[in-house]
Design a protein around this ligand. Structure first.
Ligand SMILES: [Zn+2]
Length: 720
């Protein structure tokens, strides 16, 4: 048997060789006939870069390929120089100014040439196209077996060559529907982890020696600098999943972040736009009553729809689903996001990038000019974005956005805290949603169990004040709950996929009133519950009762149900206390009022008294004034009198002085008189003396004369 088989194979090969030889000989003859050179492409090389000078389609039709092109000289190989299509192609090339050199080849050579087209295509996809990483669907299928559980994936990664490491890492993430891939170097090895349904799962530790190659491949793909290792870098690339080498079946965008650490660079890859994400509100896990409320509110022409929750709570996905719902012809929808997580048709999506200077403020200026009907702001994170969102909502636009708060009611105080005033908030907001994602139990392996009395008590307490609604069915007796097990369908995790848990309230008039009064979040929550809101925890408990998720999962995502019961009681107490307080306050107010009237009376009395006293004081003052004036006049009079006296005195004095003067004058006169008398006396005396003197002198003279005369007489007598 073996021998015959061997012979058959030999014969077959011999036949092929003969046929090939004949084929080549035939080609040679054709060449001779047309006076053209002959070529065997099984031996002669084909220049891959030249081949695309003729399209694949034309090459196939005209049985002609380009084997080499140097500047304007082109070497063509064909099977039939008389082929009209081939002639047409040659004419085309000549028209374009090419000098054509023609060779004749066999059909086998032609086939080799045609295969080059495919090889180039694949080559380009694999190696030369930046930012695109190609995974063949075949590869995914091939890995499928090893991707069933994390354990199997670990085994596969450990035996794979380094060059295929990225493919298996990415394929694993896609297969397990991971949202992030974490690659973290440590001292001994490299840790690979996936975030699946919101939780990080350890996948495998692989040797450090494989890391350098993997890291540089990721860096190259995402346009990240290879030689820079000490600063954080961001980039992105996409994964194209190809079916049959040709058709792109699925595109997954990957955002890459590289962070230097003391052990080396760690990589986080976020898988965006996984096309299996449901962007329909119905499929988010929203109960019918909530679904109707949401539909109603997002159909309003303006106002604001807020979805709150921590990172990874699915709030953006919900808003996308809402956008999808309102995305109708005639509506202009613009989004401002960081990053754009899903590509939506007929919606203008703007991505904010600080690195490229495309900031929120800048994006916004452009958006105002674009005049949208509906705006989605990825996240309100500061005063600027809050202000803008509110302004748009107040000016006739429908605005969607998200906020980081613990519950729906918390959104109002948060926005207050961002500087938005209460009247604007009350007017702008239509609907506030809070959302979480809890992992769904794997339907194939979830396991029944009998809950303890304690957990049943907690459940009963939490659901006790759920408002009665058609859509909410609570079983009278809860006997069994479910827990996670793990099977090959859920990669051994026990959970598969996630479901949204919601609470929401419409801003009714009563709630507006609380907003305007700047009420606390628990007051808002109490009012919302009064108006029919089912809280996050209540909805989560309903999911547990329905066997969709577990106690542990709710505790992990939303918080301890036990604690929530305590908190609920505390809140109730606070509200009760406040009510009591209000009543107390009322009676207090009455008392206060009474006191006030009393006080007012007293005050009036006091005022009267004071007035009287004042009057008395005034009259006293008047009296005093009078007295003072009297005293003053008296004084004046006195003064006048004194003055008179003084005058009189002065007059008297003057008179006295005059008298004195007169007397003095008299005395003086008398004295002068006396003096003159004395002088007269003296003069008389002197005159008397003079008279006496003259008399004496006369006498003397007389004597003398007499003497003379006598002498004369004597002398004469004598003479005579
Ligand atoms: Zn399972």
């Amino acid at each position: 048997m073996a021998l015959t088989n061997f012979n058959k194979k030999q014969i077959k090969e011999k036949l092929i060789r003969i046929r090939r030889k004949k084929e080549e000989e035939s080609a040679e003859r054709i060449a001779e006939k047309f006076d053209l050179p002959y070529l065997d492409l099984m031996i002669s090389p084909i220049n891959y870069e030249s081949i695309n000078n003729i399209s694949r389609k034309n090459a196939k039709q005209g049985k002609i390929i380009v084997i080499q092109r140097k500047n304007r000289i082109i070497n063509l190989a064909l099977t039939n120089p008389n082929d009209p299509k081939a002639k047409e192609i040659i004419e085309e090339l000549k028209k374009k100014g090419f000098k054509c050199k023609i060779f004749v080849i066999s059909p086998t050579s032609l086939n080799k040439g045609l295969k080059c087209y495919d090889m180039i295509k694949q080559y380009k996809r694999q190696y030369s196209l930046r930012n695109i990483f190609v995974i063949q669907k075949k590869e995914l299928e091939e890995f499928k077996e090893s991707l069933q559980t994390i354990q199997k994936l670990e085994e596969t990664i450990n035996v794979l060559p380094t060059s295929r490491l990225l493919t298996i890492i990415v394929a694993g993430a896609i297969e397990m529907e991971a949202s992030d891939i974490h690659i973290e170097p440590s001292q001994k090895n490299i840790k690979l982890r996936y975030r699946i349904d919101g939780l990080l799962q350890d996948i495998v530790d692989f040797p450090i020696k494989q890391y350098a190659f993997l890291l540089s491949k990721i860096k190259m793909l995402s346009d990240i600098l290879l030689n820079v290792t000490d600063i954080s870098q961001d980039g992105r690339f996409s994964i194209n999943i190809l079916e049959n080498d040709e058709k792109v079946e699925k595109v997954i965008d990957i955002r890459v972040s590289i962070l230097p650490s003391n052990q080396g660079e760690s990589v986080v890859m976020r898988l965006l736009g996984m096309s299996n994400v449901e962007l329909e509100i119905e499929k988010l896990g929203v109960r019918l009553d909530l679904f109707n409320t949401i539909k109603n509110e997002i159909s309003q022409p303006n106002g604001m729809i807020l979805n709150t929750g921590p990172t990874g709570s699915g709030k953006t996905t919900t808003l996308y689903a809402c956008l999808n719902y309102v995305n109708k012809p005639g509506k202009k929808i613009i989004t401002v996001e960081n990053p754009v997580e899903y590509q939506l048709k007929n919606i203008t999506q703007t991505q904010i990038s600080k690195r490229r200077g495309h900031t929120f403020g800048r994006a916004l200026k452009a958006i105002v000019r674009q005049d949208p009907d509906i705006l989605m702001i990825g996240e309100i994170r500061d005063e600027e974005s809050a202000e803008v969102a509110i302004q748009f909502a107040l000016t006739g636009h429908l605005v969607f956005s998200t906020l980081h708060t613990n519950n729906a009611a918390g959104a109002i105080p948060r926005l207050n805290g961002m500087g938005i005033n209460s009247p604007s908030l009350a007017a702008a907001i239509n609907l506030v949603i809070a959302q979480r994602l809890v992992r769904k139990l794997c339907p194939y392996c979830k396991k029944e169990y009998k809950p303890t009395k304690e957990s049943l008590d907690i459940i009963k307490k939490i659901i006790s004040d759920i408002p009665k609604k058609e859509e909410i069915k609570i079983p009278k007796e809860i006997t069994t709950l479910y827990k996670a097990e793990g099977c090959s369908k859920c990669h051994g995790l026990g959970y598969s996929g996630r479901v949204g848990v919601f609470e929401l309230f419409v801003v009714s008039d009563a709630i507006k009133k609380i907003i305007l009064e700047r009420g606390a979040d628990y007051q808002l929550e109490a009012k919302a519950k009064e108006e029919g809101m089912v809280t996050l925890m209540q909805n989560a408990i309903l999911e547990i009762i329905e066997g969709k998720t577990t106690f542990e999962e709710v505790e992990r995502v939303i918080g301890s149900p036990e604690l929530s019961v305590k908190k609920l009681l505390e809140k109730k107490e606070i509200i009760e206390e406040e009510k009591v307080g209000e009543i107390k306050e009322e009676s207090n107010i009455k008392k206060k009022n009474q006191k006030r009237t009393l006080r007012e009376k007293e005050e009036k009395k006091y005022i009267k008294k004071r007035k009287l006293r004042k009057k008395a004081e005034e009259s006293e003052i008047k009296k005093k004034e009078l007295k003072r004036q009297e005293a003053l006049t008296e004084q004046k009079e006195k003064l006048i009198l004194e003055n008179k006296e003084l005058k009189a005195l002065k007059i008297r004095k003057k008179a006295e002085e005059k008298k004195k003067e007169e007397e003095e004058e008299k005395a003086e006169k008398e004295r002068i008189e006396m003096l003159t008398k004395e002088k007269e006396k003296e003069r008389k005396e002197e005159e008397e003396k003079k008279e006496i003197k003259t008399k004496k002198e006369q006498i003397m003279k007389d004597i003398m004369i007499r003497n003379k005369n006598r002498k004369e007489k004597n002398r004469i007598k004598n003479s005579v």
